[in-house]
Write a protein that binds this ligand. Structure first.
Ligand code: HEC
Ligand code: HEC
Length: 198
């Protein structure tokens, strides 16, 4: 009986509540620190500023993509500054992904249809945390290596922005810009907001 319960507990830990990736978030937290990730990355803006803030990384990247990235960053982005870590085994990577899922914030969409499109776009950019890579007005936002969007409305048309957000890989194969699963309503709102940034 005791063993049976233990077994169920172990199963629960490994298959766990973190979206099906069999990782251990507590182990992930330790690995994150001991492997020096905070030197370059922040979580909720606490930490290094070389790479993107990771608060919403598990919202913008599928588990499979995260595994592939952590295994071999240069295979996905030539000349990246992210080091290739000599992992002990793949479990370490799954633990990290489980850890990422403990601090991400669920996307609030309650305001859609209740505020103007432009305002909705502004809020969605905050929800998805586009500012983890892009500087948008706030000088504290974004990272130097990524394009600033403060004047995006001068640079790009609505049609271009719409195509870009729908499928960045189709516009520029191999780009590091994530493909977000945005609804038409969400995408239109974000485009609306971006085009007001003159
Ligand atoms: C020397 C700096 C550096 C270190 C150390 C580092 N990274 Fe990175 N990381 C980056 C950079 C820079 C990027 C963005 C890619 C680019 O522009 O080269 C990145 C990207 C990422 C991404 C993808 C982010 C996204 O939004 O798609 C993840 C996940 C990530 N790193 C996790 C880690 C983890 C986990 C560690 C520790 C094992 C780590 N990084 C260590 C610099 C670093
Ligand atoms: C992990 C980092 C990252 C995140 C997060 C991110 N982007 Fe990007 N984005 C990029 C990169 C890299 C480029 C440049 C693409 C290239 O040239 O390959 C880019 C380019 C863009 C451009 C085009 C800039 C131009 O005119 O050339 C727009 C618009 C944009 N991103 C919007 C967004 C929006 C909106 C979000 C949030 C929903 C977002 N991005 C989140 C990395 C990111």
């Amino acid at each position: 009986m005791v063993f049976r319960l233990l077994f169920i507990a172990v199963l629960a830990l490994s298959a766990n509540a973190y979206g099906g990736v069999p990782g251990d978030a507590e182990m992930g937290r330790e690995i994150y620190k001991s492997r020096g990730c905070p030197i370059c990355h922040s979580i909720v803006r606490v930490g290094g500023t070389v790479g993107p803030d990771l608060t919403q990384v598990s919202v913008r990247r599928a588990d499979e993509r995260l595994v592939n990235w952590l295994k071999d960053p240069p295979s996905l982005l030539k000349d990246t500054d992210m080091p290739k870590v000599p992992w002990k085994d793949e479990k370490e990577i799954l633990d990290l992904i489980a850890y990422f899922k403990t601090f991400r914030k669920e996307i609030n969409r309650d305001f859609l249809g209740k505020v103007s499109k432009k305002e909705a776009g502004k809020r969605l950019i905050k929800e998805y945390d586009c500012r983890s890579c892009h500087r948008i007005i706030d000088p504290e936002s974004g990272r130097e290596r990524f394009p600033e969007l403060t004047h995006e409305g001068r640079k790009r048309s609505k049609a271009w922005l719409n195509d870009w957000l729908k499928d960045p890989q189709a516009v520029k194969p191999g780009t590091f810009m994530p493909t977000y699963p945005l609804s038409d309503e969400e995408r239109t709102a974000i485009v609306e907001y971006l085009t007001t940034l003159k």
